[in-house]
Design a protein around this ligand. Structure first.
Ligand code: GLA
Length: 378
């Protein structure tokens, strides 16, 4: 469940000696399918989780930003809205505020609370950016289209955190709706809501936090992005989304690494479209094979999986799950598993036992269901 707004408002009172003007919430996301396709102008299918970041906030008239987090051991950060330099968690909300300044916001005090595990590949960063963005816009009466706010939050992360992320996470947090996955065309920005209710089909979607924390500001993500851009340049297309003839494209690339990257992106875009077709047809169970195909492609072609994710997927399949895959940028974080609900217990046990046998930290496993996107709570 999301952080409790009443407790957060009381904590704000204590921290800032005044009442907040409101509480806002932005969820983390779980990407069903479409991994590393966003910065290739492709398709993604994430949904909003019922875990996220809540922020209590109030305006200030001294042009300063006061940022505190209930999860941080430090006293928080005070920076001018004019700009400055901030490290760590505070860079996300500060980056958003600095970019919103030109839209007319003033100073603000923020108190942040989160129940999203950091480094679990569930977009705690995007949730923090989006909650801060929504709070600041609302406080200052700025009407900003959610797609525009998502782009601004992405820019904040690119420019102020140094993570060259795509647009998926911020879009999912701001645009996803309860009971649906969000089919997003990352080039046009057009999106549609696709009903996703695994329980109604007798299924359970398990999230396996593999407890191998990822650090995406590390170089691998940027390297994958650069490889995709290089391949698109050699192929003479604006982005890998535009590759229509996979065989011909592979034939014109001499570098085997670039061939593997292209193979993943092109097939992953097709898998997203197939997954949407299956969901719309009510064939949720069949999504399982798409998930597993995506995992194998991310493991073997895009080379971003990690041992704990591979074992989670392998053990889940052995225990009778319909499919599964790593999610997010890779190199740590979470995997998802789609299974018949009556096998979910056996699947969980199989994964937990396999981790124990290897002496790994026990995974955290919970059910993921589509929840509402970012909103004002009070
Ligand atoms: C991270 C990025 C997203 C996306 C995924 C991979 O979550 O923030 O933009 O590229 O990795 O699909």
């Amino acid at each position: 469940m999301s952080p409790d707004p009443t407790t957060l408002a009381a904590a704000f009172d204590e921290a800032y000696q005044r009442a907040p003007e409101g509480v806002w919430h932005a969820p983390g996301r779980l990407n069903l399918i479409g991994e590393h396709t966003d910065y290739n102008d492709g398709f993604v299918l994430p949904f909003a989780l019922d875990l996220g970041v809540s922020i209590a906030a109030a305006r200030r008239d001294d042009g300063m930003l006061h940022l505190r987090s209930l999860q941080a051991a430090d006293e928080g950060v005070v920076v001018p809205l004019e700009g400055g330099s901030v490290d760590g968690w505070a860079a996300y909300p500060a980056g958003v505020a600095w970019l919103l300044r030109e839209h007319g916001i003033g100073g603000a005090s923020l108190l942040i609370d989160s129940d999203l595990p950091v480094g679990a590949g569930l977009s705690s960063s995007a949730a923090l950016e989006c909650a801060a963005g929504l709070a600041l816009c609302d406080l200052y009466g700025i009407e900003m289209d959610r797609r525009e706010l998502a782009l601004l939050a992405q820019r904040a992360e690119n420019e102020h955190v140094g993570m060259p992320c795509g647009i998926m996470d911020q879009s999912a947090s701001l645009l996803a709706t309860d009971g649906h996955a969000l089919m997003l065309d990352c080039r046009s920005g057009l999106s549609s809501q696709v009903p996703f209710a695994p329980a109604e089909a007798g299924l359970s979607l398990l999230v396996v936090d593999t407890r191998a924390a990822h650090v995406l500001t590390g170089g691998e993500y940027a390297q994958r992005r650069a490889e995709c851009e290089e391949a698109a340049r050699i192929l003479g297309v604006p982005a890998l989304r535009d590759v229509k003839d996979l065989a011909a494209a592979l034939g014109s690339l001499a570098d085997p690494v670039l061939r593997r990257r292209v193979q993943h992106i092109v097939t992953e875009n097709h898998r997203v479209e197939a997954a949407v077709g299956l969901l719309r047809a009510g064939a949720v169970t069949e999504l399982g094979s798409m998930l597993t195909a995506s995992h194998l492609s991310l493991r073997d072609q895009f080379e971003v999986s990690w041992p704990e994710a591979d074992v989670a997927v392998e053990e889940a399949l052995r225990a009778g799950a319909r499919g599964g895959r790593m999610i997010g940028g890779g190199f740590g974080g979470s995997a998802i598993v789609l299974t018949a609900a009556d096998r979910a217990g056996a699947v969980r046990t199989a994964i937990i036992d396999a981790y124990a046998a290897r002496g790994w930290t026990a995974p955290t496993i919970f059910e993921g269901n589509p929840a509402p996107g970012a909103h004002r709570v009070s």
